[in-house]
Design a protein around this ligand. Structure first.
Ligand code: SAH
Length: 369
């Protein structure tokens, strides 16, 4: 079996080069060319000997001989093909790009080698841009309000496909990427190994060199996955999609609520903030007459009162197929004020790119028309 070089960590690339009888530092050079300089093929890597440029392949065998046998690389079934023959190091192709006239937010619909469509978003902030990355093509979590899960999971994305979402956004905007949020389509903790490898690669100082504190992973809250993530990457930020103050409401909109209770999630969060010394974010989508009344705000406040956290209130993006209705602006304000007066810190998510179909998974569903 073969895997794309962007699915390997730098250490794995060094091992593979050593197994091919090459100097391991060549792996560092290639890593730097791919991530720091965005090289799309080996011919661009002018600091590499010509014969090495010519003979190195974008695909490395996964075998004891190549020394690269670790990991799942996720989609082990992912195709060993590339969308563009002249750019073998690029695993994605931009199929559609939308630019918000209001705030410059860019939304990309990209195609993988096997024809899956995935979305990513690049938001411009004063301090640099933030890229929202998809971790899966589709999703199997089945949240009632979300467009991404309507057709289930197609497949996990590979580490390379996640990194390329960033690299394409950087190339397209010529802006430095300051923050990465794994908050696009998919449940990152359901594609754990690949997401972790992706985060390791983009924080490698030889490549993009992002700080771990500049990363945020958003999850619907499987507690064992969150515990593992806390152990593996304690410096990264975690955002938990809670969306309800209790299990009765949560089970109506999130199937995961049947296995992971609000109480377990909150006690994990309490431990997380103690161990990491940092704040945790709870996301809370406001849905009309479902989770948006003052009692919900009070119950949520009571549960979160002693936790170092922030509640990010998200006005629901309307997905017609779900039959759910966004709360009114007035209700959003009242909910926020109630949490604040109960002593819970809040933010209300800005509707960046609202004019370009920015709701999760909506562009992907609309295809490339
Ligand atoms: N699976 C992860 C990450 C992807 S979803 C998670 O659940 O966190 C990213 C965020 O967008 C989540 O908080 C999710 O609940 C929210 N979201 C999904 N559909 C939405 C919609 N229609 N309107 C507003 N937010 C939505």
């Amino acid at each position: 079996m073969l895997t794309h070089v962007k699915n390997l960590t730098r250490e794995e690339l060094r091992i593979a080069f050593a197994a091919m009888g090459e100097k391991p530092f060549r792996a560092n050079q290639i890593f730097e060319w791919m991530y720091r300089r965005g090289a799309r093929n080996f011919a661009e890597m002018t600091s590499l000997a010509k014969c090495l440029r010519e003979k190195t392949d974008a695909f490395i065998p996964l075998s004891p001989e190549s020394g690269v046998i670790s990991g799942k690389f996720g989609a082990s079934e992912a195709p060993c093909e590339i969308p563009d023959e002249t750019a073998p190091l690029m695993t994605l192709r931009i199929k559609k790009r939308l630019i918000s006239a209001r705030d410059g937010t860019r939304k990309y619909l990209c195609e993988t080698a096997d024809g899956n469509l995935i979305e990513s978003v690049c938001m411009k902030y004063r301090f640099g841009s933030s890229v929202c990355v998809s971790s899966q093509a589709g999703c199997r979590m089945g949240c009632a309000f979300c467009a991404s899960g309507l057709n289930g999971l197609a497949r996990d994305l590979t580490p390379g496909e996640m990194s390329d979402q960033l690299l394409l956004a950087r190339e397209d905007t010529s802006e430095d990427i300051r923050h990465v949020v794994v908050m696009g389509t998919g449940e990152p903790l359901d594609n754990y190994e690949n997401v972790l490898k992706f985060l390791e690669n983009i924080t490698d100082p030889v490549g993009l060199g992002l700080g771990r504190r500049q990363l945020t992973v958003s999850t619907c809250g499987p507690v064992t996955g969150m515990e593992r993530f806390l152990r593996d990457m304690p410096q990264a930020n975690l955002a938990i999609s809670l969306h309800a103050p209790n299990d009765a409401i949560r089970t109506r909109i999130m199937p995961i609520a049947k296995t992971d209770s609000v109480e377990d999630i909150i006690s994990f969060a309490r431990r997380y903030t103690r161990e990491s010394g940092r704040k945790i974010t709870f996301e809370y989508v406001l849905i009309d007459e479902l989770n948006d009344d003052p009692d919900c705000a009070d119950e949520l406040s009571n549960r979160l009162r002693d936790i170092n956290c922030l509640v990010n209130i998200i006005p629901l993006n309307h997905v017609p197929e779900t039959g759910l209705v966004p709360s009114s602006d007035e209700t959003v304000r009242a909910f926020r004020d109630r949490l604040e007066s109960n002593g819970v810190g809040t933010t209300v998510r800005r509707k960046l790119g609202a004019d370009i179909d920015a709701a999760c998974g909506q562009l992907r569903r609309s295809g490339a028309d």
